[in-house]
Design a protein around this ligand. Structure first.
Ligand SMILES: C[S@@+](CC[C@H](N)C(=O)[O-])C[C@H]1O[C@@H](n2cnc3c(N)ncnc32)[C@H](O)[C@@H]1O
Length: 291
């Protein structure tokens, strides 16, 4: 498998995923009791956006200027986005600014964001299979308290880590979608997770490259008799685009109460700021409504 996330770090899809992830983490923390944050496909934790660090990606157009680059320069944001941007700034400020200092140099991955907001009673379990990514993750997260880092298949980790002692879990499943059968493996992973911890909050990121594949995935999920779940999607271009990925989504199973209401205006704001071509759209749809 060749996927390396640093080519994509900070793009519009990372912005959307990480803004929502932060809302989920904050919502889990409304209760005093600690929880397990399980990141099945953790990546390297923190990304250097400078062109020197991008190495062999020099031939590619960097993706972050159309993502975090736009958010960084925005003059006002909804509260959910300011919360995220403050964390990105605290991660980026650790490095030397590039250019005129008005651009981010570093970008936080999902494990970095989770460790930044984790309380003493919360626990992190982070899995990454790529040896180099794992080594960097170990280095970046060396100061994180109560974090277990494993060079382990993320789907195996679902079976190993659930149910946690805390009986509360937020799971981010963020695979690279290189494998043809990724959606099938995901359905199985979701089923196994819910068997082990029916109340787990599962957040599954997916790309909108082929709508049909995502719709087939949703159809498969219907056979699982899922608990309440919705999906939030952001498209920066219409269907006729030549962009490799025109949008992405986050499926949230057992979402925190009323998070859907909070996200409507946030998704609209992101659509306006991050649109790249005509036909951009954003929205949230319940797949299984709350009873
Ligand atoms: C999309 S990136 C993760 C980005 C990260 N979650 C974030 O938001 O910052 C996917 C990562 O999964 C890793 N990976 C691929 N297959 C895996 C597997 N079976 N189990 C765990 N990690 C895997 C890749 O090496 C890559 O770093």
């Amino acid at each position: 498998m060749n996927y390396r996330h640093h080519y994509h770090a900070g793009n519009f899809a990372d912005v959307m995923k990480h803004v929502l992830l932060l809302r989920l983490l904050r919502a889990m923390q409304r209760k005093e009791k600690g929880f397990l944050y399980l990141d099945t496909h953790a990546g390297r934790g923190r990304y250097d956006l400078s062109s020197a660090a991008q190495g062999d990606s020099q031939a590619r157009k960097p993706e972050w200027p159309e993502g975090i680059g736009r958010v960084w320069r925005s003059t006002s944001q909804p509260e959910a986005v300011s919360d995220y941007l403050n964390l990105v700034r605290s991660c980026a400020d650790a490095g030397t600014p590039v250019g005129d200092g008005d651009e981010p140099r570093f970008y936080p991955g999902s494990p970095w964001l989770a460790q930044a907001v984790a309380r003493a009673q919360d626990r992190l379990f982070l899995c990454e299979t790529h040896p180099e990514e794992f080594e960097i993750l170990r280095h970046e997260l060396s100061i994180a308290r109560r974090a277990t880092l494993q060079q382990l298949d993320g789907y195996t980790a679902l079976r190993a880590a659930l149910p946690p002692l805390e009986k509360r879990a937020l799971v981010l499943i963020d695979p690279p979608y290189e494998a043809q059968n990724e959606f099938a493996v995901l359905v199985d992973g979701i089923e196994q997770s819910l068997k082990r911890l029916p109340a787990a909050t599962l957040a599954v990121w997916y790309p909108l490259t082929q709508r049909a594949r995502v719709d087939a995935f949703f159809d498969e999920l219907q056979h699982l008799r899922l608990p309440p779940c919705w999906t939030a999607e952001l498209c920066v271009a219409g269907e006729a685009t030549a962009l490799g990925m025109r949008g992405c989504g986050l499926l949230v199973i057992n979402p925190p109460w009323q998070m859907d209401r909070e996200l409507g205006p946030v998704l609209d704001w992101m659509k306006e700021l991050l649109r790249q071509e005509p036909g951009a759209s954003a929205g949230l749809h319940w797949l299984v409504p709350e009873r």
